[in-house]
Every structure is written in structure tokens, then in C-alpha cells.
Design a protein. Structure first.
Length: 301
């Protein structure tokens, strides 16, 4: 494809990344109307699942259930990723959660080695080392053990790990219709969000009488329809028309938009650890994209 021919697909990927990087804003709006973060995560993926169901099942349930095993595995990992990501940005420090999520190239390389027997080149080993070093600076640079210190930090990290596992599944699910993948992703997110609510994970004091239900539901629907669905569609369309390397690098826009907007709007206090550790994590992601060809790219949660 010519340089001019890659402009629109590249722009679509950047728009998708910007949507995912800024999704914390409507999530916080819904939260501020009194709805707990777990319910926010439950609803913003439930609305897209309902909208995509007719499209995915337009030819009946046969084509969908033909690939039910791979769709179930993919939906499980992406659903966990989506819900944890939403919960993380609802309850936690947006910059910290987003940066910890983007350590996922490290886990992708490890999972590909275990599940697909892929060889890890010396260049990718360097990217893994750089990503882990960035994580150490971000959350353990004081000399303590470099592990997340709060439950929401663990949420951000495990969201990235779940996405890395999903990427491995996507490598073997290239024959499956993209709309079926998307529907499975959001349907499982809806179900997993419901399970988390029923089990009472991430409990907190909630005054149910103080929730502005009409506004909360309206903004949850808007988040699902204006951020989640377009973010997915722009990503699928653009990624199908440009190289995986370009896609991987363009998606770093998500980090810039997310961390930058959180800092500007006062949701995150950006210190030297964020700058240095975050820069190392971003550099590792770009380096990984330059040295490894992925068959599928991240469709953020």
C-alpha cells in the first residue's frame, strides 16, 4: 500500500487509540453519578454486546457456534481484560493503571513461547528486559520488591496479562469473523462483570438511593456506543490495512492520550517514576513492534 493509501487506516488507528486512552473520562462521569465502578464496567460492555448480537447472529447461531470453542477462550481472556481495565480506571490512578497495562508485550512474548513454541529473539528479549525495568522503576524503584502495592495496581497488571493471553489466542483465530470475535469479547465482559458484582469483589459502601439512575445509564450507554464500539471498529478497519508494526506503534497514542489527559485534568499526579518508567514501557512496546510481527493487534478493552 502506498504512503497516501496508509493515511486513512493510520488515522483510524490513532482515533481508536485516542478513544481508548480517553475512555476513563466518561467512566468517571458514570461513577460520579453514584454508580460503583464494577457496575460501570458491567454496563459499558453490556450495551455493545446487545448491539452486536443481531449482527453477529445475522445468519443464525450456526456459524457462531461452529467456532464456539475458540470464541469462548478468546471471549474469556478479552472479557477479563475489558472488565479489569474498566474497573482499574474507575477506581485507581489512571496513569498507573494504563502504564501497567502496557507491560503486556512482556507477557505476550512469554505466552507465545509457552503456547506456540515461538522463538524469542535476542531483540525481543531486550524489549522484555526494558519493559520489566520500566515496571520496576514505576512501582518498585525505591529498592523494594517490584510488585504492585495496591489492589487496583494488580487489576491494571492482570488486565494486561489477560490481554497478552488473548493475543496468543488471536494468533490461531484468524479464520473467525471479526464481528463474532467482538461480540464474544463484549458478551463475556458483560457476564464476567456480572459475576464480579454477584461475588461482591471490590466491595464498597454504596448509597443506592443517591444514584442518578437515568443519567448514569445514559452515560453508560453513551460510553459503550461512542467509545467502546467505534474504538473497536476503527481498530479492525485500520489494522487490516496497515502493517502490524505500524499498528503497534500507532497504538502507543493510547498511553499518551490517557496519561496526558489524566495529568491535565488532575486525575493523576505525574512524577519522575511515571515519566521514566512509563517512557521505558512505551519504548519496549515500540521496540517489540519493530522486531516482531504479530498476526493480530490489540483491540483495547
Amino acid at each position: 500500500m502506498t504512503r497516501s493509501g496508509t493515511f486513512l487506516p493510520s488515522a483510524a488507528i490513532i482515533i481508536s487509540a485516542a478513544l481508548w486512552g480517553s475512555i476513563w473520562i466518561p467512566v468517571h462521569v458514570v461513577r460520579d453519578f453514584g454508580l460503583p465502578g464494577t457496575w460501570v464496567a458491567f454496563l459499558i460492555y453490556g450495551f455493545p454486546a446487545l448491539l452486536l448480537a443481531p449482527w453477529s447472529l445475522r445468519s443464525g447461531v450456526g456459524p457462531f457456534f461452529k467456532n464456539w470453542r475458540i470464541l469462548a477462550i478468546l471471549g474469556l481472556f478479552t472479557g477479563i481484560c475489558n472488565v479489569l481495565y474498566a474497573i482499574g480506571i474507575a477506581y485507581g490512578d489512571v496513569a498507573m493503571v494504563l502504564l501497567l497495562f502496557y507491560v503486556n508485550p512482556v507477557w505476550s512474548a512469554i505466552f507465545e513461547r509457552i503456547a506456540l513454541k515461538s522463538k524469542i529473539s535476542r531483540w525481543r528479549k531486550a524489549a522484555i528486559g526494558l519493559g520489566l525495568a520500566g515496571m520496576w522503576v514505576l512501582i518498585g524503584g525505591s529498592g523494594t520488591l517490584a510488585v504492585p502495592i495496591g489492589s487496583i495496581e494488580w487489576v491494571g497488571l492482570f488486565a494486561g496479562i489477560s490481554w497478552a493471553a488473548a493475543l496468543v489466542v488471536m494468533r490461531v483465530a484468524g479464520h473467525v469473523d471479526n464481528m463474532d470475535k467482538a461480540f464474544s469479547q463484549y458478551a463475556f465482559g458483560f457476564v464476567i462483570g456480572g459475576i464480579i458484582i454477584v461475588l461482591g469483589i471490590f466491595p464498597g459502601e454504596v448509597d443506592w438511593t443517591a444514584i442518578s439512575w437515568p443519567l448514569a445509564l445514559l452515560w453508560a450507554a453513551a460510553t459503550g456506543c461512542i467509545w467502546v464500539l467505534p474504538g473497536m471498529l476503527f481498530c479492525f478497519w485500520g489494522a487490516a490495512r496497515v502493517s502490524p508494526t505500524r499498528t503497534s506503534m500507532l497504538f502507543m497514542t493510547e498511553v499518551v492520550v490517557g496519561v496526558g489527559s489524566a495529568a491535565l485534568l488532575g486525575e493523576s499526579e505525574i512524577g519522575w517514576r511515571h515519566v521514566i518508567g512509563g517512557s521505558m514501557i512505551i519504548a519496549a512496546g515500540i521496540f517489540d513492534g519493530l522486531t516482531d510481527k504479530h498476526e493480530e493487534v490489540r483491540v483495547p478493552a
